[in-house]
Design a protein around this ligand. Structure first.
Ligand code: 5AD
Ligand code: SF4
Length: 456
């Protein structure tokens, strides 16, 4: 059965005007990327997009499971749709993504959120036509049980949010099983896309004028494992950098255990690659790292940082940190604080440990109170604020190349290749162009600049 065609016909029958879809994304860049595929599929069925819940004929919640507070927020949001659904009986409410890859969550939705019509996990956008069709024609809910869908679907429709910034998934899933993390359970085993498919997507984006492209994977440094072709992440980066054009390549996320000198050399030799390395350390204490099953030590981490700083003078580092891992003592937390002072990250994404059902860390005794953990987190935030402040001061007077990303009247927001944000005034239209800027000062966490020269 051609479900796409059938859904198009149903929508024409059911709606007097063009039906509208609203895809709400929670969580990481991978989820944003998945949402673009979901929007692409809905668009191909005849929906157009809206941001207004009141006007939506289908609402899709693309969910995140990484921490408990993400799940609580999502349930709060889903709860609010009930009243709107009463006003528009043709409205479909769908929930997908990482959160509904857990059976206990699917059970909770069935029990406490009976107005949810469709549940469909991750990597399943191409199932949407069938689910929508059955939902309307059989007048029955379509709740799929969590199922690991390992097949990589190429050439599915995509509706991108921007015409300058884009992301490309280079791999899916994760094999690392860090003891605190739910991702390997909800996103399945690691599998890489073929380099040729990635290169084609990348080339097409560059040719269409995209200038800021992010390569996505849970651990991009182990890209290539399991492919017939012998290729690693460094090879992939080199291959992409041969594509003609002016663009900047970012990549997230990296894992220190797999971050090779070869990758650093490729970054050094290719100015198109971002000068910011996001390298999650999680903790600055070797015992805690071992308990986290991270498979590297602080010393190994510092080796990468030092080698990168030798090879790439303008490199900056950002990181992820978890405070209050089960069993972590205040002294061990202080090791993390000291490591941050030593590395001088430009940015830290810090989280209080959140217990995830089914992970190894969920079994570990956890005696430190949430209040104490919050105090540690606040200390860390203060330490980092000073480091960022000093970094921004160091930038003043220097010249950089930047991509102009946003415009509000004559005030432009640009991003440097080390990921710093810069604001500048300009009478000309420079949106979405690369420009050279001189840093003149700072406001809060961003810099102010003046234009040196514009290129078209
Ligand atoms: N609790 C707190 N933070 C977590 N992260 C992953 N799992 C958890 C958890 N259970 C953080 C890690 C990871 C980032 C994406 O989210 O720091 O790098
Ligand atoms: Fe989670 Fe670790 Fe995999 Fe990252 S590498 S997704 S933290 S298990």
């Amino acid at each position: 059965m051609n479900y796409r065609e059938s859904v198009r016909n149903i929508l024409i029958e059911k709606f007097e005007t063009i039906p509208l879809a609203n895809v709400l994304t929670f969580g990481c860049a991978q989820n944003e990327n998945d949402s673009e595929k979901i929007r692409g599929m809905l668009y191909s069925l005849g929906y157009r997009m809206t941001d207004e819940l009141e006007k939506s004929d289908i609402v899709v919640y693309n969910t995140c499971a990484i921490r408990e507070n993400a799940e609580l927020k999502i349930f709060g949001n889903i709860g609010k749709i009930k009243a709107l659904k009463k006003q528009n009986p043709n409205m479909i409410v769908a929930v997908c993504g990482c959160m509904v890859m857990q059976q206990h969550i699917v059970d909770k939705i069935k029990k406490s959120y009976p107005f949810v019509d469709i549940v469909f996990g991750v990597n399943a956008a191409e199932l949407l036509p069938e689910l929508i069709y059955k939902c309307y024609s059989e007048r029955k809910k379509q709740i799929l049980a969590p199922e690991d869908r390992t097949e990589i679907i190429e050439n599915s429709p995509v509706l991108r949010q921007s015409n300058v910034k884009a992301s490309i998934s280079i791999m899916y899933g994760c094999d690392n099983f860090c003891s605190y993390c739910i991702v390997p359970y909800v996103r399945g085993r690691e599998r890489s896309r073929k380099p040729r498919d990635i290169l084609n997507e990348f080339t097409e984006l560059v040719n269409r004028g995209y200038k800021d492209i992010t390569l996505l994977g849970q651990n991009v440094n182990s890209y290539g494992k399991g492919l017939e072709e012998k290729v690693d992440f460094a090879d992939l980066l080199s291959m992409l950098c041969k594509v003609e054009g002016e663009y900047v390549i970012h990549y997230i996320s990296s894992h220190p255990k797999d971050f090779s000198k070869k990758v650093i050399d490729v970054i050094r030799d290719n100015p198109q690659i971002s000068r910011r390395i996001h390298l999650p350390i999680q903790s600055g204490n070797n015992r805690v790292l071992k308990e986290m099953n991270r498979k590297y030590t602080v010393e190994k981490y510092m080796e990468i940082v030092n080698y990168a700083r030798e090879q790439i003078p303008d490199v900056t580092f950002s990181t992820d940190i978890i405070v209050g891992f089960p069993g972590e003592t205040f002294e061990e937390y202080l090791d993390t604080e000291n490591l941050c002072k030593q590395v001088r990250f430009t940015q830290i994404f810090n989280y209080i440990y959140s217990k995830r059902m089914g992970t190894k860390a969920a079994q570990m005794p956890d005696t430190v109170t949430h209040k104490e953990k919050s105090e540690w987190l606040n200390r860390l935030i203060k330490v980092q604020q000073q480091i960022t402040f000093d970094y921004l001061n160091d930038c003043i007077g220097k010249e950089y190349r930047a991509l102009v990303e946003e415009k509000h009247d004559k005030l432009y927001t640009c991003r440097l290749k080390n990921n710093f944000v810069v604001k500048l005034f300009c009478k000309d239209d420079i949106l979405n162009q690369f420009v050279n800027v001189r840093i003149t000062g700072k406001t809060g966490t961003s810099l102010t600049a003046e234009l040196i020269k514009t290129e078209r």
